[in-house]
Write a protein that binds this ligand. Structure first.
Ligand code: SF4
Length: 60
């Protein structure tokens, strides 16, 4: 998969699930940015999917 396709795939996920995510905005407001970020990276299945998709990026 080309990097452009990977980026598009991530973009679709971000637009579909993350853009208006209530959980993230709630956590940011109540517990701060770090906790919200941690939730996205370690708990949310969408975050997991984004992380896995990002691994397909080819770096030179
Ligand atoms: S990764 Fe999950 S919790 Fe974080 S913004 Fe996206 S959908 Fe919301």
């Amino acid at each position: 998969m080309k990097n452009m396709e990977v980026i598009n795939e991530i973009d679709i996920l971000l637009n579909k699930y993350c853009e208006d995510c209530f959980v993230r905005s709630h956590l940011r407001k109540e517990k701060g940015k770090t906790v919200a970020h941690d939730f996205c990276i370690h708990v949310c299945t969408v975050g997991e999917q984004i992380k896995e998709t990002g691994k397909k990026l080819i770096t030179k």
